[in-house]
Design a protein. Structure first.
Length: 202
C-alpha cells in the first residue's frame, strides 16, 4: 500500500471532522440570532396590526359621529372586535380566539394557543369613565391614553389582563393612532391614571 495514499486519506478525514466542528459552532451561533430575528419580526407584525386596528377604529368613529365601539355591547351581545370587523374584512366574523382570527389585523403572531386565549383587548377603564358612549373628542391626552393592547384571556384591556408577551413588553395602540411596546413599569396598576383614562388621580 502506498504510504502517501494512507496519509492522504487520514488528512481528508481530519479535514472533514474539522469542517463538521466548524459548522456545528456556526449553527450554534446562528440559531439564537435567527430565533431573535423571528421574534422581532413577530413583534413588528403585532405592532403593524395594532396600527391597522387604530385606522379601522377611527374610520368607525368617523362613520358614527365620533363614537368608538363599546368594549362589549350588552344590547346586541357584540364584542368591540365584532363591531368593527366589517370595516376590516369581507369575511363573516369568525370568533375571538387567536386561531379564529389568523389572517386578520386582530391576530398577533405572539399570541398563545388555546380556546381561552385572546389577542387584543379594548380599554375597559376608559369606557367605564364614559359609560354612555366614548367620543373621540372628549378623551383628554389622546397620545397618552391606551385604546387597545395585548391581553391574556379577555376582550377587555385592563390592569389584570395586560399581557407582556413581547419579551416582557406589552404592545399598545393609543387613541391618537400611534403604537408602542410598554414595560410593566409604564402601565399603571391604578386605572385612575392618564394611561387608562386620560386623568391622573391625586
Amino acid at each position: 500500500m502506498n504510504p502517501q495514499s494512507v496519509s492522504r486519506r487520514a488528512f481528508t478525514l481530519i479535514e472533514m471532522l474539522i469542517t463538521v466542528a466548524v459548522l456545528g459552532i456556526l449553527m450554534a451561533l446562528l440559531f439564537p440570532m435567527a430565533s431573535r430575528s423571528v421574534k422581532s419580526a413577530r413583534a413588528a407584525q403585532s405592532l403593524a396590526n395594532l396600527k391597522s386596528i387604530g385606522t379601522v377604529m377611527h374610520v368607525y368613529a368617523s362613520d358614527n359621529n365620533g363614537v368608538f365601539p363599546l368594549v362589549w355591547d350588552s344590547a346586541t351581545s357584540t364584542s368591540w372586535i365584532a363591531t368593527i370587523w366589517p370595516y376590516s374584512s369581507d369575511r363573516r366574523f369568525p370568533g375571538t380566539t387567536p386561531n379564529a382570527l389568523k389572517g386578520s389585523i386582530f391576530y398577533t403572531p405572539l399570541s398563545e394557543n388555546g380556546t381561552t386565549a385572546r389577542t387584543y383587548g379594548m380599554n375597559e377603564p376608559l369606557q367605564l369613565k364614559y359609560p354612555s358612549r366614548m367620543y373621540l373628542s372628549t378623551v383628554p391626552s389622546p397620545s397618552k391614553v391606551a385604546l387597545v393592547g395585548d391581553v391574556k384571556t379577555s376582550g377587555s384591556f385592563r390592569p389584570d389582563q395586560v399581557n407582556y408577551r413581547n419579551n416582557g413588553l406589552a404592545n399598545v395602540l393609543y387613541i391618537d393612532g400611534h403604537t408602542g411596546a410598554q414595560a410593566p413599569s409604564d402601565v399603571p396598576a391604578n386605572t385612575a391614571s392618564v394611561f387608562w383614562t386620560g386623568v391622573q388621580s391625586n
